[in-house]
Design a protein around this ligand. Sequence first.
Ligand SMILES: Nc1nc2c(c(=O)[nH]1)N[C@H]1C(S)=C(S)[C@@H](COP(=O)(O)O)O[C@H]1N2
Ligand SMILES: [Mo]
Length: 325
Amino acid sequence: MDKIKSSEITPERVYLSRRDFLKSMGIVSASAAVLAACGPAANATADATLNPTEAPAMESEAPAATAQATTDELGDPLNSFEDITNYNNFYEFTTDKQRVAKLATDFRTSPWEVQVGGLVNNPKTYSIDDLRKFEAEERIYRLRCVEAWSMVIPWFGFPLHKLLAEVEPKSEAKYVRFETLYDKEQFPGQKTDIWYQWPYVEGLRMDEAMNDLTLMATGLYGKDLLPQNGAPIRLVVPWKYGFKSIKSIVKIDLVAEMPTSLWMAAAPQEYGFYANVNPNVDHPRWSQATERRIGELGRRASIMFNGYEEEVAHLYDGMDLSANY
Ligand SMILES: Nc1nc2c(c(=O)[nH]1)N[C@H]1C(S)=C(S)[C@@H](COP(=O)(O)O)O[C@H]1N2
Ligand SMILES: [Mo]
């Protein structure tokens, strides 16, 4: 995965000047509209631009989205910034993927703290500025939702193992438990969607957490994360179904026992702890053999460990992969 290690992000001023150039050519909003019309975000974008009084503000706020690469290591093109920021699973806001972005507009991501503790020698509460001091890099990852759709996303962030090294896990620590912000005022779903046990919780086994692919993402397309993607910081575990990649994290604990995730609590027969992408094991209610890549017509074959078999298959040596959904 040389591509990933050597990646270097273009400074923001380069994007800005490029954007100013495009703007002077009068093609920024036009090209954005064309991109959106090709993807599932068409409705959301159309709604947002229907009101002409909102259009100028939206344009000046719209980030100049640029990534180093144009494809992942398999040659698949990146999904557009519009797709990635307008088609989201974030049940704290709504279960309607095309309404998350709008509901998340005013979400407060500053100040923000992440408490890291549990079975560690150096527990520490990190401000988001502290977390931004970890050297960040661009990582192009496929995101494969358990619902059988997928995207290719240029994340920006740092490997979780760098953070764990700082807090020094004790030898009794066997798992890492992550928790999303609990705030009923800002997350309408936490108030109304009583089916779920809030806050959202996820977990990884220690060796999964230490794997170099496991990313703490603070940005995508060279910009800070938007709230709908889990601002200001979220986990990205590319070989597992998307629900493992928990958003808007406020707490990370090193623990001895396997944590119970929100999805294990809600439907244990459908969502297991490991949740590795596996086209050979169907979800109880649908096939996992194929997926819909957002922006593409038709379906494509899903791949074992979402294409990261070489990096992670060894973590599961001796485990019955047909049994641990
Ligand atoms: N806190 C929280 N994290 C979450 C979710 C959620 O509802 N709440 N949804 C998950 C699911 S099912 C997926 S597929 C991904 C989607 O990430 P994206 O919207 O950035 O593409 O986020 C995951 N992380
Ligand atoms: Mo998902």
